[in-house]
Ligand binder design. Structure first.
Ligand SMILES: [Zn+2]
Length: 285
């Protein structure tokens, strides 16, 4: 009898162990079976009607948040002379805006400019032409990802003063689209080739909530006659015209790249600092 009893005990224990072991194996099955039941319940109740309406609502919300560029306090504005001025009358007037036109040309030049700017904790506007963007789209991304700002310098490098309105539209809009497609952000600054525009162009830029500018301190780095290959001449030209709020025009040119580090050092030594283009209001006043 004792033997029978122990056999019974053992077989009971085996049975119990088998039961407890089979439970976790069963549980996922029961969970899966519970889900359709719950779904069926929700399907029957008015809840599912509310659920689909609620679900698409939060989806569009993150999209505008993504599209909004990093907000920088707009502490500066541009005056009629294209100088940059602090909004606070007691603010620091010894500021400089750095700009480089006519790119993107070569990766090496863009990278050097980016590196030198970074060394001096400065940001610049790179005014790009559409036909060059088409040739070197990867450089648009390079400059954008470096934290510098990309401006619109029209599709072609043509004088826009006597251009028909429809062609002006195309020259501006095609560049806006090309840059937005590459960076996700359409430019906020426009500079016409040769600094030459007309009333229609200015009104169009304003209507697009962009800032139209030429410059107030030309480095003359584009003058091929005497200055070619002479970085010192570029520095000398800028320093001669130096004033508070200087909007400095430079180009993607080898001698300008060579001049930049020394130029920025000299400006800093004279007590000037470099304005973040994102801190400039988009309305001229
Ligand atoms: Zn130009």
């Amino acid at each position: 009898m004792t033997n029978k009893a122990s056999v019974l005990l053992i077989s009971m224990m085996i049975f119990l162990t088998a039961c407890s072991e089979s439970q976790p194996a069963k549980s996922p099955v029961s969970t899966t079976s519970a889900t359709p039941t719950m779904a069926a319940t929700t399907a029957a109740s008015p809840t599912p009607t509310a659920a689909p309406t609620q679900t698409p609502a939060p989806t569009p919300t993150p999209e505008p948040t993504k599209a909004v560029p990093l907000e920088v306090k707009k502490d500066y504005h541009m005056n009629k002379n294209y100088d940059i001025v602090p909004n606070d009358p007691n603010g620091n007037k010894k500021i400089i805006l750095l700009t480089f036109d006519d790119g993107p040309k070569e990766q090496e030049m863009n990278q050097s400019l980016i590196d030198i700017l970074k060394k001096h904790n400065a940001k610049a506007i790179f005014f790009f032409n559409g036909y060059r963007i088409k040739q070197k789209p990867e450089l648009v991304k390079l400059v954008h990802e470096s934290g510098n700002i990309i401006g619109n310098h029209a599709w072609d490098h043509d004088n826009m003063k006597d251009m028909p309105n429809a062609k002006i539209d195309q020259q501006v809009d095609d560049v806006q689209k090309a840059i937005k497609d590459l960076t996700g952000q359409a430019p906020q600054f426009f500079r016409p080739p040769f600094g030459s525009g007309n009333d229609y162009l200015k009104a169009k830029i304003k209507a697009n909530h962009m800032l139209y500018m030429t410059w107030s301190n030309g480095s003359l780095d584009w003058e091929m006659t005497n200055n070619k290959n002479d970085p010192n001449k570029v520095i000398e030209n800028v320093m001669k015209q130096l004033h508070g709020g200087s909007n400095i025009l430079m180009h993607e040119l080898p001698w300008t790249v060579k001049a930049l580090d020394t130029l920025l050092t000299q400006l800093e030594e004279k007590g000037y600092s470099f304005v973040d283009p994102n801190a400039i209001e988009l309305e001229m006043r």
